[in-house]
Design a protein around this ligand. Structure first.
Ligand SMILES: Nc1nc2c(c(=O)[nH]1)N[C@@H](CN(C=O)c1ccc(C(=O)N[C@@H](CCC(=O)O)C(=O)O)cc1)CN2
Length: 307
């Protein structure tokens, strides 16, 4: 049922090579190769848009403050823009900015004809209200898919701008021929960025979906029954081998940084021995998130996703 070679999973990154025994390497979903494929599609689309309509897609990223991880994610997004031919603008605002000033800044970007996508890097400093700020973004420029208009559309099955991480997971499933309909998909984590939109996307594809979170009693009871498991909690190695069944497909969306190393929510080294397919951290869902963002900026510039 699973197509482990479809998306070039023969290439294994050096981080993964270090922990995976040879016999399991074909089970690894290589997010970097998949992201490269998506970026190549975007690059072609950008070139065509420039040639046919003289439009260069433009993305404005807004980063409030100096959080090192957020700075790195914004940097990765700008590099992807460079690779795909998208114009990128860095709006680094001071941590002391008020809610009103932030909203005024977003409104200025809404008016700009050369800016097609606006991305507000999360998390914001605690004194700022992210939901209110998201609401200020023109839904037609909402490259992240977090505006309530786009979230509402997702819920009723109109998938336009949807959150990039879960869309990256769905794209990886498609590339590997993973059947979703009729399967039991278990989503661990109920954030607005990953868990809730992921559950909606799986429901839209006729999976039976369980959503587990920090208040779920007996998590293992759910994860053991999962055909598809998506985990995004930020708890390092929350999912152990004894919590999954043989043949499960696992998407690890968690990121924990410790002593300069990055860890996922899944005990990859051991879970891979039971999984049919699994994403590593790093090199799994993260790069897909960024490539889908590029896809959204192109969509916004083409006007194929109007609010
Ligand atoms: N406005 C948004 N804020 C946040 C989002 C988002 O989608 N939109 N998601 C996360 C952070 N994030 C993107 O912003 C993100 C995180 C990680 C990666 C990634 O490629 N990670 C690499 C590892 C990098 C490392 O070494 O630390 C990987 O997994 O291979 C990309 C994007 C929260 N905020």
């Amino acid at each position: 049922m699973w197509n482990s070679s479809a998306a070039g999973s023969l290439y294994i990154s050096k981080e993964v090579k270090g922990v995976v025994e040879e016999e399991y390497s074909s089970r690894v979903i290589d997010g970097r190769s998949l992201a490269k494929k998506v970026e190549e599609e975007v690059k072609k689309g950008v070139e065509a848009l420039k040639a046919e309509r003289g439009i260069t897609p433009g993305l404005a990223t807004i980063l409030v403050g100096e959080d090192p991880a957020s700075k790195m994610y914004v940097r990765l997004k700008h590099k992807a823009c460079e690779r795909t031919g998208i114009h990128a603008e860095d709006h680094n605002l001071p941590a002391s900015i008020s809610q009103e000033e932030l909203i005024a800044h977003i409104q200025q970007l809404n008016l700009r004809k050369d800016i097609h996508g606006i991305l507000l890097q999360l998390p914001l400093p605690r004194h700022l209200n992210d939901k209110e700020a998201m609401l200020a973004i023109d839904p037609g420029k909402d490259a992240d898919g977090f505006h309530p208009y786009n979230m509402g559309n997702l819920l009723i099955g109109n998938e336009g701008f949807v959150p990039c991480t879960p869309k990256g997971v769905i794209r990886a499933m498609e590339e590997h021929g993973i059947q979703i309909q009729g399967k039991h998909a278990v989503v661990v984590g109920h954030s607005n960025v990953v868990g809730k939109p992921m559950a909606a996307m799986l429901i839209n594809r006729n999976a039976t979906v369980s959503v587990c979170h920090v208040f779920t009693q007996d998590l293992k009871q759910y994860t053991l029954d999962a055909d598809i498991l998506v985990v995004g909690t930020g708890v390092k190695h929350l999912i152990k081998a004894e919590m999954v069944k043989e043949g499960v497909v696992v998407f690890d969306v968690g990121i924990t940084e410790e002593d300069g190393k990055v860890y996922g929510d899944v005990d990859f080294e051991n879970v891979i021995k039971k999984a049919a397919l699994i994403t590593p951290v790093p090199g799994g869902v993260g790069p897909m998130t960024i490539s889908i963002l590029m896809q959204h900026v192109l969509m916004a510039a083409k006007g194929t996703c109007k609010a």
